[in-house]
Design a protein around this ligand. Structure first.
Ligand code: GFB
Length: 315
């Protein structure tokens, strides 16, 4: 049974609402008139516990599930803790996706990641390049967990007719991001380092790696808009990339953050830290053809995130 568009009256479980993506998706749905959104904190429901997840689904019977809960982190955390990135993500997604079918959820949206694609995939990366080459070693464990999640959604669609769809976001950023320097992604890390350098009058900021890798950055509110669009309009097991269509080098990113922050010190590159994959730019043609396009440019998005971060420290 393939349910069609999500309705305002549907009971929607947003798993992972305390995270960057899940929080933005819950806000986007609420502002779009979806009034029946349910969320659970980790202390209310540990998604790694199969019995607890099944009890929750049996008692609440959501009609729609957005699976944005995941163990995520930047290059260092992924590289240092492959066991947790593999195991926790497999547990969360297996439990939620299995329960979604068993408790007759009409539609499920699974969030993957652009790191599922081969390290040396042709750029911009099309959805068809999945499983055509070796993965980037620093995030292989996480990528394999996410690939297993995609496969499980597709298998449920094929074998049981479930309307389980998958979106692959590029590197995300925005309000509510993780700014912890050991576990964060590059954008919040540099934003914090540059903010602190300016505050303390430091003369330089350390940037990991060579500065040459290229990454694409999507503001999380654009991701949330795309997810709502897919919930409303997309009903196929084929994965859909969600990006902004443009990338920058890490050096360019750091320079842009310096401009936004008004910091004129020096960038010092630290070659002892890994570069990761040389380039990761998604092709967003499929999503564009469906009728969705991003709105928030990188400079504006960084500026808004910088203001949010500064204000969050006052609170
Ligand atoms: O965002 P990031 O941690 O992860 O790093 P990935 C991107 C690039 O920025 C790397 C450099 O080349 C880093 O070396 N970089 C420079 C920094 N300075 C910093 C810094 O202070 N902190 C961090 N974190 N990086 C992740 C994957 O890959 O992307 C995840 O590990 C996930 O699995 C995520 O897919 C979206 O873009 O390399």
């Amino acid at each position: 049974m393939i349910a069609s568009a999500v309705q305002n009256s549907d009971l929607i479980f947003v798993a992972g609402h305390r995270g960057l993506a899940g929080g933005a998706i819950a806000r986007e749905l609420a502002s779009g008139g979806y009034t029946n959104i349910i969320t659970q904190t980790r202390s209310q429901l540990d998604l790694r516990e199969r019995d607890a997840v099944r009890r929750f689904f049996s008692e609440t019977r959501p009609g729609v599930v957005v699976l944005a809960a995941a163990k995520v982190g930047g290059i260092k955390a992924n590289n240092d803790f492959p066991v947790e990135f593999l195991l926790e993500n497999l547990k969360i997604q297996n439990n939620v996706i299995e329960a979604a079918r068993d408790f007759e959820v009409g539609k499920l949206l699974f969030l993957g990641s652009s790191c599922i694609y081969p390290k040396f995939a042709a750029q911009p990366i099309e959805e068809s390049s999945l499983l055509t080459g070796s993965l980037e070693p620093t995030n292989e464990a996480y990528a394999i967990a996410k690939i297993a999640g995609i496969e499980l959604c597709q298998a449920y669609s094929r074998q049981y007719g479930c309307n389980f769809i998958s979106a692959m976001p590029t590197n995300l950023y925005g309000p509510g991001d993780n700014f912890d320097l050991a576990s964060s992604h590059v954008l919040p890390a540099l934003l914090r380092k540059i903010y602190e350098a300016k505050l303390h009058g430091a003369s330089e900021v350390s940037v990991w790696g060579s500065g040459t890798p290229r990454r694409e950055f999507l503001h999380v509110e654009d991701l949330a808009g795309a997810c709502r669009f897919l919930l409303e309009h997309y009903n196929s097991p084929e994965v859909v990339n969600v990006g902004c269509g443009e990338d920058v080098s890490i050096r360019e990113l750091a320079e842009l953050i310096c401009e936004v922050a008004g910091f004129s010190g020096k960038l010092v590159f630290d070659p002892s830290k890994p570069d990761g994959t040389p380039r990761k730019l998604l092709s967003i043609e499929r999503l564009k053809k469906l009728g969705w396009a991003p709105r928030i440019g990188l400079r504006e998005g960084i500026s808004r995130t910088y203001d949010w971060y500064r204000d969050s420290l006052k609170g």
